[in-house]
Design a protein around this ligand. Structure first.
Ligand SMILES: *Cc1c(COP(=O)(O)O)cnc(C)c1O
Length: 408
């Protein structure tokens, strides 16, 4: 897929529009499976929350992926996309016992991340196999919003609570069939990941009936030139060796699971917007696009960097811009960005817009959420219509403040 395809898609389906390249998703999927090709029983569970469009889920299924889900609604989306319940793992945080029980009834493997619900679930359903999510207290990456394995994190059962965990398992006679960790969103250093893996192996030794070990995700993808890319091949080699040794020691070939979200879809996504206004102020030149944090919130929420390029005047003289949105609130996509000279009406593309972009979109300022298009086999497929005014009013109920009062 090239820039002129993006321009054609914007003129056919309107702006702003999210475009996903299936070939790039497949390439990432195969890169990951190739790096772990020596693992006998490998399973990739795509993290649905990164990009949950049903056509994307179906494409993941075509690739051979399973699903990682964090809500009963994501489980239902996965089933609707044709996944069998066995291909779905449910890893919620802070949900009710009732939601976990409802997911269990669908035949989906559950993963519990706190002792309170583990004890209650084990007491009520000792025969249903449960995976447990541990928190190895390893700090991965630098942003506390997306690092979920450190000491203050709300995720997982602390490894310091293993004695209590074992007591619960023994008292309820429940069946633990998997151990899981997900240390955070950015693995910058493979050594840190391998260290966390050792903690998972140590924990696993406490359980006799394991079927799988789930190492979560955290694979980083570069968001700009010179950014770090997790060395998957290197990780594959080192972790495979340790995993094979562990299985030999454990006495059984376990399944190895990963749950990548960002790694599979981030780079496949392109968000195309149009410049509404070029506004010179005393301090900068603002380029204001027909979007805002209602469509792409990562820069404002996490300070994430998305490369921004001028699609319609790519060879113009480069100038510095502050790229902002049209929302009535500060919504800066990027400051001091060197972009080929912009005029009003130019199309700007935001790169790396596949993961946590559309899936975090809202209707703030009563704007419509954009259309989504999948570029597959050299063809554009509309996979979500742009919202309309009816969508905004949907579910709203009008109160009649002028009832006709009848005198009696
Ligand atoms: C979000 C999430 C992932 C995916 O993380 P990425 O950084 O997008 O790869 C995997 N596992 C769990 C439990 C998650 O919550």
């Amino acid at each position: 897929m090239n820039n002129s395809n993006l321009i054609d898609i914007a003129s056919e389906f309107g702006k702003p529009v999210y475009v996903y390249d299936s070939e790039k998703i497949a390439e990432q999927y195969h890169r990951l499976t190739a790096a772990f090709s020596k693992v006998k029983n490998l399973r990739i569970n795509y993290a649905t929350k990164a990009l949950s469009n049903i056509s994307i889920l179906k494409f993941m299924k075509e690739l051979g992926s399973g699903l990682d889900t964090v809500s009963i609604q994501e489980v239902k989306l996965g089933l609707a996309a044709g996944f069998s319940p066995e291909a779905i793992l449910y890893t919620p945080n802070g949900v009710s016992l009732k939601e976990i029980e409802d997911v269990t009834k669908m035949g989906v493997q559950i993963n519990i991340d706190n002792l309170s619900l583990l004890e209650q679930f084990g007491a009520r359903h000792p025969k249903i196999p449960v995976c447990i999510r541990i928190n190895p207290h390893v700090m991965a990456g630098g942003n506390s919003n997306i690092s979920v394995g450190h000491i203050d994190s709300k995720f997982g059962i602390s490894i310091h609570q293993i004695p209590h965990l074992l007591r619960i398992v023994e008292n309820t006679a429940m069946n633990i069939n998997g151990i899981h960790m997900h240390t955070g969103s950015d693995i910058l250093d493979i050594g840190v990941f391998l260290h966390a893996a050792e903690i998972l192996f140590d924990t696993a030794k406490n359980f006799k009936d394991l079927e799988f070990l789930d190492f979560g995700s955290g694979f980083k993808v570069p968001y700009h030139a010179n950014d770090i890319d997790t060395n998957i091949e290197d990780l594959g080699e080192q972790l495979t060796e340790r995993f094979v040794d562990f299985c030999a020691e454990y006495g059984r070939d376990l399944q190895l699971i990963f749950e990548p979200g960002k790694f599979l879809v981030s780079r496949a996504g392109h968000f195309v917007t149009q410049v509404n206004v070029v506004k010179q102020t005393t301090s900068t030149v603002f380029a204001q696009v027909d979007s805002g944090f209602n469509h792409l919130i990562r820069p404002m929420l996490y300070g994430s960097h998305h490369d921004i390029e001028n699609l319609t005047n790519p060879n113009g003289k480069e100038r510095f811009y502050s790229v902002v949105g049209y929302i009535c609130e500060t919504d800066t996509f990027g400051n001091n960005r060197k972009i080929a000279e912009l005029t009003e009406g130019d199309l700007l593309v935001f790169r790396n817009a596949g993961a946590y972009c559309f899936s975090m979109a809202s209707n703030y300022n009563s704007r419509y959420r954009p259309a989504e298009v999948l570029w597959h086999n050299n063809q554009a497929h509309l996979i979500r219509k742009r919202e309309t005014f009816e969508d905004l009013l949907n579910n709203q109920i009008e109160v009649d403040f002028n009832p006709v009062t009848t005198l009696e």
